[in-house]
Design a protein around this ligand. Sequence first.
Ligand code: ADP
Ligand code: MG
Length: 305
Amino acid sequence: MRKIAVLLSFALFALLPACQKQELYKDNRVMMGTYVEVTSPSKDAAGIVFAEFERIENLLSKYKPESEVSKLNALGRLKVSPETFYVIKKAKEFWQATEGAFDITVGPLVDIWGFTDKKYSLPAEAKIKDALRLVGSDKIILHDKDNVVEFMLSGMRIDLGAVAKGYALDCSVNKLKREGISSCLINAGGQVYCMGDKSGVPWKIAMQDPRGKDFSGYLELKDKSASTSGDYEQYFIQKDKRFSHILNPKTGYPADSGIISATVIAPSGLTADALSTAIFVLGKIKGMALAKRFPDVEAKIIEEK
Ligand code: ADP
Ligand code: MG
């Protein structure tokens, strides 16, 4: 199941062949549960990106028992690294900005729906109610002075699945810049970062049609990230209804806003990642209004016909 999700999300953005003025090096690796593909005129770029992804995964992944997030989830209070603190703080800001549509405390809900271990099931109403008690980023206390993160209720768990890839993209770009590399395309499953340009022209990427095999459009980007949240990568179907891995933190059920795919283009990978997830929950009207409030952010939404 995991593999199918990986392959499908890999297909989301595809590189287009174009007249090539400069030799490009390409490499890929499975990281953060998806294919991370790096294209750059610098042969050192891929190694730098993979090292950054590994470093961030080791801090933020709930699938790594030794990560700071796993330890925080087990203990309910932890002094974390400045980076982990920063990501949790940003996530809480997005919770506020999205009126709770984006909420990293969905951990218990993600678990009971079976999205954590890919054993999908429709939970009993009482179980959803129980889990909802633990949801709400207002219940995360951030102690700025010493980078301590504390949960108000025992049993709370955070899940950074909707921002970690975006943050890893930003870290990779910063590291590439420090190493003197100015041109690189990183494709991490449903999200890309187009750093600089490709021999003087913007990077051109194709967007997959969520319900078909063809492409639904193209993006030409420079120093921007594009993130897509959709219902067609990780989901299950029961009683003719599609349940996707993005949950509505208010209802405890998978988001049901009529959107099948939300793409957000932003200068920051973390912003694009968080906003695409939030818009998927909010629906087209509220989602578009949300995107407008952020400078340099553009959203493309496809609704169910
Ligand atoms: P993907 O990881 O496929 O790129 P997203 O960035 O939209 O997709 O992140 C979805 C993941 O985020 C889910 O698998 C889950 O771990 C977590 N999540 C689900 N619902 C929410 C939500 N409302 N707010 C924040 N995170 C969520
Ligand atoms: Mg996201």
